[in-house]
Design a protein around this ligand. Sequence first.
Ligand code: GLC
Length: 544
Amino acid sequence: MKSPWWHDAVVYQIYPRSFADSNNDGEGDFVGITARLEHVATLGVDAVWFSPFYKSPNRDGGYDVSNPREVDPRFGTLDDFSQMMNRADELGLKVIVDLVPNHFSDQHQWFQAALAAAPNSAERRRFHFYDGRGESGELPPNNWESVFGGPSWTRINEPDGRPGQWYLHLFDSSQPDLNWDNPEVNADFEKTIKFWLDLGVAGFRIDVAHGLAKEQIYQDHPDPVALTAALRLDVTDIDPEYRKQLLTDIPFFDRDGVHQIYRGWRKLIDTYPGDRFFVAEAWVYPTSRAVRYVRPDELHQIFNFDFLTIEWDAAKIKSAVEHVTTEFANVTAPPTWVLDNHDSPRVVSRLGGGEVGLQKARALAMVTQALPGNLYIYQGEELGLEDVPVAAPDRQDPIFFRTNGQQLGRDGVRVPLPWQGDAPPFGFSASKSWLPQPASWRELTVAAQNEKADSTLNLYRKLLRLRRSHPALGGLTEINWIESEPGILRFERNPGFELVANTTSTSYKFTTPKQVLVSSSPIEITGEEITLPSNSTVWLSSLD
Ligand code: GLC
């Protein structure tokens, strides 16, 4: 039997606000996206995942949804969405959309109704409203911290104006958590899932998929501030063992109750024709717990985020790949690989930035794209973009505000794409983009990189083409490691494919009868001897 397409798919993430602007208000929209979708198709991907474009007051980049079955006017209309779907279909691209089930926006009509209703009413039971502790309820029900910093509880004024109950928000105070013990919540989400499936989407990325079930509300956590720090990738001054301990038991993440929800959704999506699928965003430690989300009767994919923090180090890469592939194989699910997304530092910056950062990022991308399973590419990754230092007045991320500027937040990875021309906004819009682009992106526009044979854009195109055409790539066939010197990563996949990566700071010479398919930087070939520069990867093949 042929395996479903999502076993080895390449999915390109579009952050709609920053892809392309058609009405020149400085923010991206569907008409702009449709006009530029060919860029994604020519890259050679199978599908596009759209970060949220639903009705939203946009306090958290659209992850604060006030109507999940409506397109926010800033992105256009439902008709614009459908036209984009038609264009995607013409270009052979499937479309995946985001589903945000952990919370709604406080502007959602359910939350507004809850505020107007009485404690313990049906309206309040859709969220986590609780009485406070202390003599007059002046203390929050527990000491949990928001993932974005600050308290995770906000006290409301009751309709009569007096201070009253508290509601839970694991993220911003404008994102009240939904109460998944209430069947009404699931009924509404199933309606949303059907709404988009009926419009032809091929699947969903589930936001905070590990957060839906909560336990022990009236119990304090022993170290809530450290827990929030442990959850953040950019916090490194925490003892690794303590971090693991904190991440192993979190009262609001990865509770067993979530799995029942996904079994139900699996049954629902299976009633639709075509291979449609769910991918979970679930930051769950350890991996053996994470892969429980993709047991055969649950979700189809879960992001493996190991490569968002991986160092450019052969031994560490090998051990991560072995660990991930083994854990996913245990539940017979295909692994996934992610180098970049809208929440994490861009891979070039993370690996040191500048020319060396770019060299390492290209070499790491070549390792990633040669692995079995599914690949996610975040817009701009194919251009080798770096994080942009966004000035304080331009910052929008709630993380920046909730930590009083101590954490800069994620705006720097959400700056609009540079398409063409010599100066900002580089064809993104005809007016100033909502986050300013740096002038140095002149060299990195799509148009500029089209012209350069060895640009990162052309490298990605070549790699993705080979991933489709070489019989050993894509798919789920095994990795056969080849023992080599320290700092050298070397493996084969059958038939006839070999990868050599040099993570050391000196060049590496080896001989091979195989042909070079592609390399991340220029290499020297003398007969059968190859000199691979430091921070470089080469793909080889013994097939004609
Ligand atoms: C996820 C999203 C992130 C958002 C958060 C709250 O982690 O990727 O962008 O802020 O959930 O919805």
